[in-house]
Design a binder for this molecule. Sequence first.
Ligand code: GBH
Length: 477
Amino acid sequence: MSLPSDFLWGFATASYQIEGAAEADGRGPSIWDTFCAIPGKIADGSSGAVACDSYNRTKEDIDLLKSLGATAYRFSLSWSRIIPLGGRNDPINQKGLDHYAKFVDDLLEAGIEPFITLFHWDLPDGLDKRYGGLLNREEFPLDFENYARVVFKAIPKCKHWITFNEPWCSSILGYNTGFFAPGHTSDRSRSAVGDSTREPWIAGHNILVAHGRAVKAYRDDFKPQSDGGEIGITLNGDATYPWDPEDPADVEACDRKIEFAISWFADPIYFGHYPESMLKQLGDRLPTFTPEEVALVKGSNDFYGMNHYTANYIKHKTGPPPEDDFLGNLETLFYNKAGDCIGPETQSFWLRPHAQGFRDLLGWLSKRYGYPKLYVTENGTSLKGENDMPLDKIVEDDFRVKYFNDYVNAMAKASSEDGVNVKGYLAWSLMDNFEWAEGYETRFGVTYVDYEHDQKRHPKKSAKSLKPLFDSLIKKD
Ligand code: GBH
């Protein structure tokens, strides 16, 4: 069991979750600044206004990465730091751009490969207000392409680009359940605007086209001079097992669940069309690709970015699904028919460790999409009750150590025994941070951040567990 000699590993974060400095150096607001200001949207009433203050602590963060032995770091850019109003005719904020260019220089100087995510959910609020943000089929892809070009030009030394993080979340949580910014939903007790039956599928479609435009721009005008630069999208998805393995309808629902989560985006990217199961259930609520859009989207991944955390048992539902269903007419469960539990509880209601699922899903994806080059761009866990423990207990996070150990070993088996072409792994997350609608109550970091005491960082046991693990698995040439 091993990983290839050129395998990169490290940690991941996202701009709104760690940077803070919300008004520094000319940054404009994002939809998350606006969303957090609405009472009731964030569990602890907090926001990313200060977060881990990483905007002002780049040296400290790079020193931390170095001390943990990381060879790669994935972070995202705040679009509204670079173009405060967001659009292609709006002014560029040179200070914001310089900040990220310097950060990349400093990472490279420290021997750490940067992986930049262009969009980790923090859309400039100006674009949401101006034309409905992700819902605008004409404007949004053009503005995203422009933003991407500005960044490609300013940061030529970065060789690994991720266009969008988890478009499923932006679409479903942003426009169906309304749990995430901008909070649209059909539920009028929670939002004055939204159509859960249509908007998520429109947002998803426009993200795909925007991704395609940015990839074309990179390949046409930047990749040739980049000495091996590459670009792809990051998709999230959980592993699935039938609730009743004897029931063919449950077995089929397992694939359908992954299709509604992952293939919604990956099928257009690899095959040029939406999955049959989605067309069947959603009909004309799923937008149709124009030939120009297909040309942009099909074949637009240099690598597949995989975010993965957990697994579910899947039970099919009978009868027609409600119009706002986004799972594929099925239930996701933690217990199967025989009463087996998928994994232990964590602080996140949706997350139960089940490492075999990682290996199985790596295999499923590789088979469906022709064994593409793949980076695991996020994997990690929260820990039940961690936030309420004393610091000396928090830093002894054996549960997280075991999670990483089991998941990384499962990945190494997929690599050496199942033909999976995985070339990198970024643990979520370098440090505790703003966990979106859950605020600061749920911690995913390998480093404890003391929000009461000047955001001081305390590495946990898990932080130091990854280097020996990868040292033992990566082949030496
Ligand atoms: C990642 O998403 C994010 O990229 C990262 O920013 C975040 O901090 C990290 O997870 C930890 O949460 O029952 O409808 O509310 C992980 C994938 C998909 C997990 C949506 C939570 C909630 C589904 N996420 N899921 S719902």
